[in-house]
Structures are given as C-alpha cells and as structure tokens.
Design a protein around this ligand. Structure first.
Ligand code: ADP
Ligand code: MG
Length: 255
C-alpha cells in the first residue's frame, strides 16, 4: 500500500494524511522522551499499547457525551481521527500532588489535593511548556473565554469519569494531561478532545501498593516500563490475561 503523506512527526506519534478530507492518521511510535526531550529512549511495544489504551478511553468518554477526535483504530499502531486545529495548551488535571506541583508548592508527593485542580500550560517545547493563567491565554489569543469554559468543563467531567473507571480496576488517577482542538462546522466551531490518553500522559498508581504504572517509570529510571503499561491494558480488559507482549514488537504485528 502506498505510504500516506506525512504531516508531522512529534515525540511520540507521527501524523499522516487520512483517507478522507478532514481526517488524519495517528501512528503511535515506541519512542519515549522526558524532561522536554532531555532524556529519550525506546520502549518496545509502547506504541501498540498506547494506541489500544487511548482508543479504549476515548470510546468510553464518547459514550458519556464528551466530543473526541477519535474515529476508529486502523491497526495495532494507527488510529483514524478527525483533523482539528490544536489549541496550543496542555490542560492538566490533578487529584494527588506529584511531579511539578509537588515541587512548586513543596507538597509531599502522594498528598491528596483539597479538590481537583485544573492547570494550563502553553504547549511550546522551546519555552519548556510554561504554566500560564487564563488571562495569558485570552490576552495572547490562544483560546477565548468560551473555549476555556468548555475545556475546563470537559476536563472536569473526564476526570470524574476516569477516576471512577480506574478506581474500578485498582488504580488511582493521580493526574493527567489533555489536549483539545477546535473543529469547524461552517462558521461555528466547537471544542473536541484530541491527542491521546495513555500512561504517557497520566499518572496511574496501584491503589493498594502505590506502584507507578505510567511514564514516571521511564522518567525516573525505575525499569519495567512496558510491563507497567501492559498491566494497565490488562486491567482495562484490552489485553489477553496470558499476554506476554511478544505480539507488541512492531510493523510485523500490524493487522
Ligand atoms: P508532540 O511531540 O508535539 O507532543 P506527538 O508525538 O504527541 O507530538 O504527536 C501528536 C501531535 O499531533 C501533537 O502535536 C498534537 O497536538 C497533534 N494532534 C493530536 N491530535 C490531533 C488532531 N486530531 N488533529 C491535529 N493535530 C493533532
Ligand atoms: Mg504529545
């Protein structure tokens, strides 16, 4: 099959032109980066796992009425999505202090926050994705007040839903990052959830042991990264119980 035109190569995914106008294909790579590219490596099978995990979570969120870019999974590493105009913000929701919020406010990692906190970061690698206020966002025109209200509302609903979903499989949703896009319908636009939801951009801790089941294992050189992602997929019911990961290697696994 002729290779589609590549539109963009990011740190974790490659975007290709989709088969119909207004669609794109997200190809999930095994590449992993941390600290804004300061550290990089390959986690064999990560792309396959994230493609499946993100598909699963996006479908569950669509079922509760969250608009998402997801159309369908194409094969082990690729999914078809609606092309959107990405809003250059990382929307982070936090339930438990970890990572940068723990450092910034000197809160011990693992401390439950008084309530869920939504933060916005300007998506700009050259600047190191700085934390921004709603005023920055509106003044610099990255989103309007209405977009912001929609993004915050969606982010809180996603959090409520995913907290419950993960609690049911013995996982605490510590925090996560979302990206949203604008979808145009004539002169009207609405906000849809885009990018991916996976252990690359969620902190997931085992409820009983607090074992980390996410990209912090890679950031902090803890090892068993693929095994942790596999465990999340297994608990979500999207990997066979006996799965040993040998089917997660790469292109030869593409259906
Ligand atoms: P990055 O290194 O920029 O994070 P990734 O490797 O995550 O990139 O690749 C995905 C890129 O595609 C991101 O820049 C993300 O904003 C963008 N993207 C995600 N979903 C969509 C979509 N539906 N339409 C257009 N762009 C998207
Ligand atoms: Mg990304």
């Amino acid at each position: 099959m002729a290779r589609r035109r590549q539109l963009y190569e990011g740190k974790a995914k490659i975007l290709f032109e989709g088969p119909e106008p207004g669609t794109i294909v997200q190809y999930f790579k095994d590449d992993a980066t941390a600290g804004n590219g300061a550290k990089s490596g390959v986690i064999t099978g990560k792309g396959v796992l994230n493609n499946r995990i993100s598909e699963h979570l996006m479908l569950r969120l669509q079922e509760i009425g969250i608009p998402t870019h997801f159309i369908r999974r194409i094969n082990m590493r690729e999914q078809l999505v609606k092309e959107v105009e990405i809003i250059p913000l990382e929307v982070v929701v936090r339930n438990i202090a970890a990572g940068s919020i723990a450092k910034r406010f000197n809160i011990e990692e693992g401390t439950r926050l008084p309530r869920a906190i939504v933060e916005f970061y300007y998506k700009n690698d050259a600047l190191g994705d700085p934390l921004v206020s709603e005023d920055h966002i509106i003044a610099f025109g990255w989103a309007c007040p209405h977009d912001l209200e929609e993004m915050t509302g969606h982010a809180m609903r996603v959090n409520d839903f995913l907290c419950g979903l993960f609690a049911g499989i013995g996982i605490q949703l510590v925090d996560f990052k979302l990206e949203f896009g604008r979808q145009w319908d004539g002169d009207d636009s609405h906000i849809v959830l885009a990018d991916e939801i996976s252990p690359d951009n969620c902190r997931l801790w085992d409820t009983h042991t607090s074992e980390k089941l996410d990209k912090d294992r890679f950031r902090r050189d803890m090892g068993s990264v693929k095994e942790a992602y596999q465990e999340v997929a297994r608990r979500l019911g999207i990997l066979p119980e006996e799965g040993n990961g040998s089917d997660l290697k790469g292109p030869e696994a593409v259906q």
